[in-house]
Write a protein that binds this ligand. Structure first.
Ligand SMILES: *Cc1c(COP(=O)(O)O)cnc(C)c1O
Length: 346
C-alpha cells in the first residue's frame, strides 16, 4: 500500500480517460468566447443548477469572489457562518479586493439555521450602521465536516431574503456530494440562490476549475471582473474537457466516497468513543475531535503519517480526513488500521 492521502479531495490526479478527453478537446480563444468546450461546459452546469448562464473560472475562490462582489456593493456586508470558506479560507479576498465587510453567525457543524441569520441581518440599516446586502450559504459544509444543508432551511432563508431585499450566494464547492447523498436535484439547491459556485476539482477529480452560475446579466459582469482579476484564459477547453468528463463519469461514484468515509468514522468511534459520531458523517469528510481522548491534532497527524496515511490538522484538536477518487476500499482499510493504532493510545 502506497501513501494514502486523505488531506483533501483536491489531491486527485486526472485518470487516463480524463487525460484522453483533455487531449481530444476542441478548443478556441475563450476570451473571445470562441472555445466550444468551455461554452458547452458553462451551458451544461448552468442548466444543471437551474440558472441562465455560467462562467468557467480557475478556482472556487474566484467563483466565490465574483459571485459575492456582484451581490455586495463595497462598504456593505455579507453574512455567513463563522466556519465558512469565504471568511476562513479565502485570505480576506472579499475585503482586500471587493470592499466587502462580513459578519458571522455561529453554526455547529456548519448547519444552516435561518433564524440565526435573520437575527443577525440588518437590511437597510440607515446612515449609521452597515447594511446587509447578501448572505452566503455553504453546501456541503467543509469545515463543518461535510455537512449537507437541509433544503427546507435553504428555502426558508430564500423566502426571508426575498422579503427583505437581500441576495443569496451559494458556495457549492461540494454541492455534488449533497445531491448524491440526498437525491435532491441539483437545480432544487441551485435555485435557492442568486449565484452559485461549484468546483470540478474536488471530489469530481478534475485538475482545475470551477463554474459560477447566475442570471445572464450578472454572469456577463462576472466575465468582466474575471478578466480584471487576470482570470481570462485562452484555449482553456483543454481544462473544461476534464470538467465535462468528470460530470459524465464521476458524480454518481461520490456515493462510494461517502460509504468509505462512514466506515472509517465507525472504526474511529469504536476504538475512541467521542472522537466522532459516525451518524454525523453526511458525505466524504470526517472531522475527528481528538481532544475527546486527550490527544493533540498535530500528534495525531504525525502518528497517521508514520503509518503512511496523510491527514490534516484543521484546529488544535481537530483532524480532517477526506475521501476522493484516489482512495479505494484497500486504501480505506489501511486508513482504518492506522486509526486503530493511532487512536487506541489516546
Ligand atoms: C475548496 C473550496 C472552495 C474553493 O477552493 P479553491 O481551492 O479556490 O478552488 C470554496 N469553498 C469551499 C467550501 C471549498 O471547500
Amino acid at each position: 500500500m502506497g501513501l494514502v492521502d486523505l488531506r483533501s479531495d483536491t489531491v486527485t490526479s486526472p485518470t487516463a480517460g480524463m487525460r484522453q478527453a483533455m487531449a481530444d478537446a476542441v478548443v478556441g480563444d475563450d476570451v473571445y468566447g470562441e472555445d466550444p468546450t468551455v461554452n458547452a461546459l458553462e451551458t451544461r452546469v448552468a442548466a444543471l443548477l437551474g440558472h441562465e448562464a455560467g462562467l468557467f473560472v480557475p478556482t472556487g475562490s474566484m467563483g466565490n469572489q465574483l459571485g459575492v462582489r456582484l451581490l455586495v456593493p463595497p462598504g456593505t456586508e455579507l453574512l455567513c457562518d463563522e466556519l465558512a470558506h469565504v471568511v476562513r479560507a479565502e485570505l480576506g479576498a472579499h475585503a482586500a479586493l471587493g470592499g466587502v465587510t462580513t459578519r458571522t453567525w455561529r453554526a455547529p457543524r456548519g448547519r444552516l439555521d435561518p433564524g440565526a441569520v435573520s437575527a443577525l441581518a440588518a437590511p437597510d440599516a440607515g446612515p449609521y450602521l452597515v447594511s446587509t446586502s447578501a448572505i452566503a450559504v455553504e453546501d456541503t459544509h467543509n469545515f463543518g465536516g461535510g455537512t449537507v444543508q437541509d433544503l427546507g432551511a435553504m428555502r426558508a432563508l430564500r423566502a426571508y431574503a426575498d422579503a427583505n431585499g437581500l441576495a443569496l450566494h451559494l458556495d457549492g464547492a461540494r454541492l455534488w456530494n449533497a445531491h448524491v447523498r440526498t437525491g435532491v436535484p441539483l437545480d432544487a439547491y441551485g435555485s435557492t440562490a442568486d449565484t452559485v459556485s461549484v468546483c470540478l476539482s474536488k471530489g469530481l477529480g478534475a485538475p482545475v476549475g470551477s463554474v459560477l452560475v447566475g442570471p445572464s446579466d450578472l454572469v456577463g459582469e462576472a466575465r468582466v471582473w474575471r478578466k480584471r482579476y487576470g482570470g481570462g484564459m485562452r484555449q482553456v477547453g483543454i481544462l473544461a474537457a476534464a470538467g465535462q468528463y468528470a460530470l459524465d463519469h464521476h458524480v454518481e461514484r461520490l456515493a462510494d466516497d461517502h460509504e468509505r468515509a462512514r466506515r472509517f468514522a465507525q472504526a474511529c468511534a469504536e476504538v475512541a468513543p467521542g472522537v466522532v459520531d459516525p451518524l454525523t458523517v453526511d458525505t466524504n469528510i470526517v472531522l475527528l475531535d481528538v481532544g475527546a481522548v486527550g490527544l493533540a491534532a498535530s500528534d495525531v497527524v504525525s502518528a497517521f503519517a508514520d503509518r503512511g496515511v496523510r491527514t490534516y490538522a484543521v484546529g488544535p484538536t481537530a483532524v480532517r480526513a477526506v475521501w476522493h477518487l484516489d482512495v479505494d476500499d484497500a486504501a480505506t482499510s489501511a486508513a482504518v488500521d492506522a486509526a486503530r493504532a493511532v487512536l487506541a493510545g489516546g
